[in-house]
Ligand binder design. Structure first.
Ligand SMILES: C[S@@+](CC[C@H](N)C(=O)[O-])C[C@H]1O[C@@H](n2cnc3c(N)ncnc32)[C@H](O)[C@@H]1O
Length: 266
């Protein structure tokens, strides 16, 4: 088996395979259905601020939401999202705006506010590591950084609006190492499978994610780091960032993430 180490493969390519394995059609439908029920109004303005290749943005369009905007910092993933939109005429007719913007830049890049802002799919911990950026070191600096970035989500949430944020269920303090089989399927006629190995350094508040993807006889691996905090801590950061109230949107055990709904005062 040929092993290709980290730097030879772009994260966008690794993610586009492992993302497809995690987001089976059934997973997408269940996750988006749950969000749709909570979002309610099909005419309210929604920003999916971590839309990447298009999840849950495209599913929500398919479910009849009419005023969607997608943003993401990774131009390669946004290009894939555009390709997917182009492939589905039914979605293309409801073309959402797609904006390249990091969460650090949100209020500078997007002038308006939205009734609902989404940062789901367990993205938040990667704020300084997915695209580029220097990760903060030490719990106090990391917590301050997360709160600072959450303030930007608060700024683009309309008064009286809601911010939906997802966090991996495996980010709980009992975990030190967590190996996970993401899934396997035929992609373009070749068997692809992915395994994730996650290591948790709760003292330093850094999580190490080893993404192992096999496509046919080839194996690709990539290591990424993210900030590490649990759901209760995230709720506290949201309050510190200015949200008036934080509630939990229950998700079934087999969904990868928990979701918090933070309310901006009216
Ligand atoms: C776990 S992936 C989720 C991808 C997406 N749901 C999809 O369907 O492809 C994390 C996403 O967060 C985005 N991201 C990470 N850090 C970011 C930042 N600082 N600003 C904006 N987007 C960021 C990545 O580019 C990526 O699309």
């Amino acid at each position: 088996m040929n092993a290709t180490e980290d730097s030879e493969v772009k994260l966008a390519e690794m993610w586009s395979v492992s993302g497809q394995l995690l987001h089976t059609p059934a997973y997408r439908a269940r996750h988006a259905g749950l969000l749709a029920a909570a979002l309610g109004d099909r005419d309210a303005a929604i920003l999916d601020a971590a839309c990447g290749t298009g999840f849950p943005l495209l599913e929500l369009i398919g479910l009849g939401f009419r005023h969607l905007t997608g943003s993401d910092a990774d131009p390669d993933l946004l290009a894939r999202c555009r390709q997917r939109l182009a492939a589905y005429p039914r979605l293309r007719a409801r073309q959402p705006r797609l904006i390249e913007a990091s969460w650090q830049q949100l209020p500078d890049r997007i002038a308006e506010t939205f009734a609902n802002v989404l940062c789901v799919d367990a993205a938040i911990g990667f704020m300084d590591s997915w695209v580029t950026g220097e990760m903060r070191q030490g719990p106090a600096n990391i917590f301050a950084r997360v709160t600072e970035v959450l303030r930007n989500f608060h700024a683009v949430t309309a008064p009286g609006g809601r911010f939906f944020i997802g966090l991996q269920k495996n980010n709980h303090k009992g975990n030190r190492f967590y190996p996970m089989k993401v899934g396997a399927m035929e992609l373009d006629g070749i068997t692809a499978e992915a395994h994730w190995h996650m290591t948790y350094d709760w003292e330093r508040r850094i999580k190490t994610w080893r993404n192992i993807v096999r496509v046919g006889a080839r194996e690709f691996t990539q290591t990424r780091h993210s900030y590490l905090f649990d759901l209760d801590e995230l709720a506290g950061f949201l309050r510190d960032a200015g949200f008036a109230r934080v509630a939990r949107l229950p998700t079934p055990d087999d969904l990868y993430e928990d979701i918090l709904v933070a309310h901006r005062a009216g």
